[in-house]
Write a protein that binds this ligand. Structure first.
Ligand SMILES: C[S@@+](CC[C@H](N)C(=O)[O-])C[C@H]1O[C@@H](n2cnc3c(N)ncnc32)[C@H](O)[C@@H]1O
Length: 383
C-alpha cells in the first residue's frame, strides 16, 4: 500500500476508535442515567402504591373477634405506667431530652407518614382519610411538633385542638399556629386525664401516640364520647402481636418495650375494642415492616435515631430482628385504623364509653351499670 494511503487508513482508524470510545462513554452515561431514572420512578411508584393502600383501608369485619394469648398478655404486661412518663430509652431520658436536640420545627416525630415521595405532602394520606371540611373541629392526640395539624389546617378552614405532654412541643406548635388566626390550640396535658366536652369533635386522630396510653379502654372510650355522631377516629400505630405465634418472639419484642415504653397496639386489638364501643364501620390497613421499613421517612428516622441519637432502642432492634423469627419481624405491620361513630350512635352502645377515668374521677352517664362498668368502678376504688 502506498505510504499516503496507509497514513489515511491509520488516521481513519484513529478517528473511528475515538468515535467508538466517545459513543461508548455516551452510551454508558445514558445507561447510567436510565438506571437512576428507573430507580427513582420505581421507588416513587412504590410509595404511591403504599399511599393508595393506606388511603383505601379494608373493611375490618373479618378481624378483631378475639385476642390471642400474646395480645392478652401485652395488655397486662406492657401497659405503660405513670412513672414511665416520657421515658424513651434505657438511659431514662425524656422525650424532649431525646428529640429536642435534633428535630427541626418542621419535622414530624412519627416514623410513618405516606407518601414520602417527591412532589407530595407528608400528611396527604391523613387528609384523605379524615376528610376535613370547612367549619369542622379536629383533635390531635399526641401531636408532636404539630406538623399534621398545621398541614390539615392549611388545607381547610378547620379548628384543631392539639394535645401533648411536652411543653417544648407545645411551644413549637404555638409558633406554627400563630399564622392560623386562632384556629389552632395546644393543650399540654397527659391525654389519659384529658377532660373535654362530649360530642365536641368531627374527627380525632392519633399518629403513633396511642401506645403511650396507660388505659387503652378509657382512652378509646373518651374518644367515642368526644366525637360527634358521624365523627371519625383515625389511629396509626406500629407493630402488633396478632400474628405472634411463638413465646420467643413475644419475649424478644419485650426487650424493645423495655427500652421504649410504647405498646404495640395492632389493628386486631383496636378493632376488637372499637367494635365493643359501637364504632361502625371500622376499616384498617396493615403494611408489613419490610414495606414500611424501606420508605424514605423510615430510613431517615432510622439513621437519625441510630447514628445521631444512638438510641439503645434502635441498636436493640437489630438484635431483636436477629434473634426473632424473620417472618414475625418483617411481617409485623404498621397499622392504620379508621373508625366511624355511627350517626345513630345509640346510648345502649355507650356502656364503656360513659365510664371513663378522668384524673381519677369516673364519669358515668345514666345507663344501667354493666359488668364492665362495675369492674371499672371496683378498679378505681381499689386505687
Ligand atoms: C411518636 S410521637 C408522634 C407525634 C406526632 N403525632 C407526629 O406524627 O409527628 C408521640 C407523641 O405523643 C406524645 N405523648 C406521649 N405520651 C403522651 C401522653 N401521655 N399524653 C399526651 N401526649 C403524649 C409525645 O409527646 C409525642 O408528641
Amino acid at each position: 500500500m502506498a505510504p499516503h494511503r496507509r497514513e489515511n487508513a491509520h488516521r481513519f482508524y484513529n478517528v473511528s476508535a475515538v468515535r467508538v470510545a466517545t459513543l461508548d462513554i455516551v452510551l454508558i452515561f445514558q445507561f447510567g442515567a436510565a438506571i437512576i431514572i428507573a430507580l427513582f420512578v420505581a421507588y416513587n411508584s412504590f410509595h404511591y402504591v403504599l399511599f393508595l393502600l393506606v388511603t383505601q383501608p379494608k373493611d375490618a369485619s373479618k378481624i378483631g373477634h378475639q385476642l390471642n394469648q400474646f395480645e392478652q398478655r401485652q395488655l397486662v404486661e406492657w401497659t405503660p405506667q405513670p412513672n414511665d412518663f416520657l421515658k424513651h430509652d434505657d438511659e431514662k431520658r425524656t422525650y424532649d431530652d431525646v428529640f429536642g436536640t435534633y428535630r427541626d420545627e418542621q419535622a414530624n416525630y412519627s416514623t410513618c407518614v405516606f407518601p414520602r415521595a417527591a412532589f407530595t405532602c407528608p400528611y396527604e394520606a391523613e387528609y384523605v382519610l379524615l376528610k376535613p371540611k370547612d367549619g369542622m373541629r379536629l383533635l390531635d392526640l399526641g401531636c408532636g411538633s404539630g406538623a399534621a395539624a398545621e398541614y390539615l389546617a392549611s388545607r381547610r378552614n378547620i379548628e384543631i385542638v392539639c394535645v401533648t405532654n411536652s411543653s417544648v412541643q407545645a411551644d413549637i406548635c404555638r409558633r406554627k399556629f400563630a399564622k392560623l388566626g386562632g384556629r389552632g390550640q395546644v393543650i399540654v396535658t397527659d391525654f389519659d386525664s384529658l377532660d373535654l366536652p362530649s360530642e365536641n369533635f368531627d374527627a380525632i386522630y392519633a399518629l403513633e401516640s396511642i401506645g403511650y396510653t396507660k388505659d387503652l379502654d378509657a382512652w378509646l372510650a373518651r374518644c367515642w364520647r368526644m366525637l360527634k355522631p358521624g365523627g371519625r377516629l383515625l389511629i396509626r400505630s406500629p407493630g402488633s402481636l396478632d400474628h405472634c405465634r411463638r413465646k420467643e418472639d413475644y419475649l424478644s419484642v419485650t426487650a424493645f418495650f423495655e427500652n421504649w415504653r410504647y405498646n404495640f397496639v395492632g389493628a386486631n386489638l383496636l378493632v376488637y375494642k372499637m367494635r365493643r364501643l359501637g364504632f361502625d364501620p371500622i376499616r384498617y390497613r396493615r403494611l408489613p415492616f419490610w414495606a414500611w421499613g424501606v420508605t424514605w421517612n423510615f430510613i431517615q428516622h432510622l439513621l437519625l435515631w441510630k447514628y445521631r441519637l444512638k438510641m439503645r432502642t434502635f441498636v436493640e432492634l437489630e438484635r431483636i430482628i436477629w434473634r426473632t423469627s424473620k417472618v414475625f419481624v418483617f411481617g409485623n405491620p404498621y397499622n392504620t385504623v379508621l373508625a366511624t361513630k355511627p350517626e345513630t350512635a345509640s346510648r345502649s352502645h355507650q356502656t364503656l364509653a360513659f365510664c371513663e377515668v378522668v384524673g381519677g374521677v369516673v364519669e358515668i352517664d345514666s345507663v344501667p351499670l354493666s359488668g364492665r362498668v362495675q369492674e371499672a368502678l371496683r378498679r378505681i376504688e381499689a386505687r
